[in-house]
Design a protein around this ligand. Structure first.
Ligand code: URP
Ligand code: ZN
Ligand code: ZN
Length: 472
């Protein structure tokens, strides 16, 4: 019995584009064929003139995360509703170990946050912030619990940062366990040094955040961790890459056949460091707080380099690093001192529209490359493939129907995320999510001309995904 028949769509995978029909039975794709023979589906969606993509996979979100003296504005309900409305059907969030806590405590805590709230499927990485023998041993249990990737921070000295001795210990242990190590590569010690200097000079406004974290410090940290990963002989995944020099080191390592993967995020492809407003009125300069994130926004030259990295395959994933804080009440914590502005911006809902519009319609990447960066490669790198990340018979029916002709203008109030501004407010583009199907259930659909992208799913229907180690 077919539950949903998607007819006449342009089906896009990471390597093919073809016309066809998709049958969904229960939670799975039951057939993909040029012309379906099914006569009695419960539900038919006419996808003529639309693209049909595998649901997006966003491997970098921070929902309900205590950070910078506050908690991120989106929790697992609002964050996953926003993700779904933006064409994402799976997220992987970070369970953060507290400095004195165990990994299990962190995982239990994040399960409590997500369970009963997430509307799409989810999984976790474990952010390891304190390394000792018991933590290294415990990693074994974490893998058995379905968490096969860890994140380490070379930044945020005094809170999340680990030193390079700790980093190497985790890399060695990751090799034994076959798990993937993700690294936030910035030189936290040098940043702390520069920050003290800037503050002592009275530079407290948001633009000083960017001055405290120059691209060179991302480059040097990236080079060092690549060397450490080579020493350990284990794969490495660099998160939220923003700097051209760092990309150069990644390319060199890849040319030497080292397994180094890189992710970048829309903010580093679409927004420049001009947002930090070094000059102008106090209000204008303060508005730069909306863009305080780490690494900070960079110059046009870095942006061009990142697009080059996507085109030549040296960057293999685009995630959002969705870490939303309200401008009012949260970013304001750093009104008189940029170091107190909570770091992070939203992005889980706008990822596909921006990438399609500027990437595909803007002729920077092909439609297949978009699917690869947005869904297929993340699924492969993080042990979800072929269950997720592909339109094929037997895979989960996580499907996005996308109208490439629709024009859009981003307005914060129209989005579903729970945050009082959008960093892309006013951005005009082309292409919009129309339907989203998550494990066989329609969770986003157009209910009227005025409400063309409406969440119709249910709180708590997202399931935890136990991942297995695989990088097909
Ligand atoms: O500024 C950012 N990126 N906030 C989220 C935490 C992180 O470093 O990924
Ligand atoms: Zn980070
Ligand atoms: Zn992050």
């Amino acid at each position: 019995m077919t539950d949903i028949l998607i007819k006449n769509g342009t089906i896009v995978t990471a390597d093919k584009t073809f016309q066809g029909d998709i049958a969904v039975t229960g939670s799975k794709i039951s057939a993909v064929s040029p012309k379906s023979q099914v006569n009695d589906p419960k539900n038919t969606i006419d996808a003529t003139g639309k693209y049909v993509f595998p649901g997006g996979i966003d491997v970098h979100t921070h929902f309900d995360m205590p950070f910078g003296g506050t908690v991120t504005a989106d929790d697992f309900f609002t964050g996953t509703v926003a993700a779904a409305c933006g064409g994402t059907t799976t997220i992987i969030d970070f369970a953060i170990q507290s400095k004195s806590g165990s990994l299990k405590q962190a995982l239990d805590e994040w399960h409590k946050k997500a369970d009963g709230n997430a509307v799409i499927d989810y999984s976790f990485h474990l952010a390891v912030t304190s390394v000792n023998d018991s933590v290294l041993k415990e990693l074994d249990e974490i893998v058995k619990a379905g968490v096969t990737s860890v994140k380490l921070f070379m930044a945020y000295k005094g809170t999340l940062m680990v030193d390079e001795d700790e980093l190497l210990k985790v890399l060695n242990r990751a090799k034994e366990l076959g798990i993937l190590v993700m690294v936030h590569a910035e030189d936290g010690n040098a940043i702390a040094n520069l920050t003290s200097k800037l503050l002592s000079e009275g530079k407290t406004a948001p633009f000083a955040h960017a001055l405290s974290r120059p691209a060179e410090l991302e480059e040097s940290a990236t080079a060092r961790v690549i060397t450490l990963a080579a020493t350990a002989g284990t794969p490495l995944y660099i998160v939220h890459l923003s700097a051209k020099g760092a990309l150069g080191h990644i390319r060199l390592a890849q040319a030497n056949n080292q397994s180094v993967y890189a992710e970048t995020c829309p903010q580093y492809l679409f927004l420049t460091d001009g947002k930090y407003n070094q000059d102008g009125s106090a209000e204008k300069r303060w508005a730069g707080a909306k863009y305080v994130m780490s690494p900070p926004l960079r110059s046009k030259e870095n942006i061009r380099a990142l697009w080059g990295g996507l085109q030549d395959g040296s960057i293999s994933v685009i995630s959002s690093d969705h870490c939303s804080f309200n401008f009012k009440g949260q970013k304001e914590l750093g009104k008189s001192d940029f170091t107190k502005i909570p770091n992070g911006i939203s992005g889980v809902e706008t990822r596909l529209a921006l990438l399609y519009s500027s990437g595909v319609a803007g002729k920077r990447i092909t439609i297949n490359k978009l699917v690869d960066l947005f869904s297929t490669t993340p699924a492969k790198l993080f042990g979800l493939y072929p269950r997720k990340g592909e339109i094929r018979e037997g895979s989960d029916a996580d499907i996005v129907i996308f109208d490439p002709s629709k024009r859009f203008s981003i307005k914060a109030y129209r989005l579903h995320q729970n945050v009082d501004y959008c960093p892309y407010d006013g951005y005009k583009g082309q292409g919009a999510v129309e339907y989203v199907i998550s494990r066989g259930k329609i969770i986003v659909k157009p209910i009227s001309a005025a409400k063309d992208n409406t969440f119709v799913g249910k709180k708590g229907e997202g399931e935890f995904l136990r991942r297995v180690e695989s990088r097909e």
